[in-house]
Ligand binder design. Sequence first.
Ligand code: ATR
Length: 295
Amino acid sequence: MQKQNVQKQSVQKIYAVFGDPIAHSLSPVMHNAAFRALGMDCTYHAFRVSRENLKSAILGAQAMGFGGLNLTIPLKEEALSIVTPEPIAASIGAVNTVSFDTEKGPVGNNTDGIGAKRALLDAGVDVTGRNVVIIGAGGAARAIAFQFTHDGANVHIANRTASRAMALADDVRSALPPASSCVVTASGLEDMQTIMQKCGILVNSTSVGMHPNVNESPVPAKLLRNDMVIFDIVYNPRQTKLMLDGEAAGATTVGGLMMLIHQGAEAFRIWTGVEPPVDVMVEAVEAELQRRSSL
Ligand code: ATR
């Protein structure tokens, strides 16, 4: 029998985001642009996965040799009991990035807080030693509060439901290293005037101001000052009312798009060990948002 000349075939690495709904995720555009730019034989896809199917989906991805996963609404919390969480994901109580370790199996990480930190660093803002007011106490607020206190910021959490703010502050306080001098406080939204007096960095981690409610802002314009940094995690619209009010007051403003990009960039590093082309990712996401807005 004639010996066949069999070429060694390399199998393309697959990456994915799981969520429900998932159709509007920007992650495929962002990561595929990065893989293309680096000439990596990898593709990234979005899959609609329900909570009930999360475990089989993660284990299935592992069995099929996927390179890594992102998880989004409503799966981030559910994943904690399925993967081995890294300490930051365990503290936050949510997983947005899964990598596959030959020994440990699926490992859960959370890159949302790092994304927020890097978005501010891009604007020349370091949170260390600063007084940060975080509006909101949901998943995004949790990631940001744990990261920023880890980086040495004093944090005040102000939330519509005050009890949720108190609970988050308790969790954050109990995760502080013994030597930390960070102050973590909490309240409702009633007395924003007093809360904003000591505020150096304001973070909106709620959906207030998000399309289509573009005329809403979580903080009255008159409480914004030119010595403040205003960071809004909302990226649709790119300039929220809070940011426009902040600019009018002379404040430095940072939008949520760079947090989205940097949380993805950090996931990319975790999966591949390769430095992602952040500029390419920004360009791809901006073009996609532009394309969608003209539909
Ligand atoms: P995520 O995980 O994206 O942060 P979430 O867990 O639903 O989402 O949290 C949303 C946050 O936005 C909550 O802190 C919510 O306040 P409550 O805890 O009182 O629900 C806050 N939020 C949503 N809509 C709001 C509004 N119109 N005004 C003030 N806060 C709002």
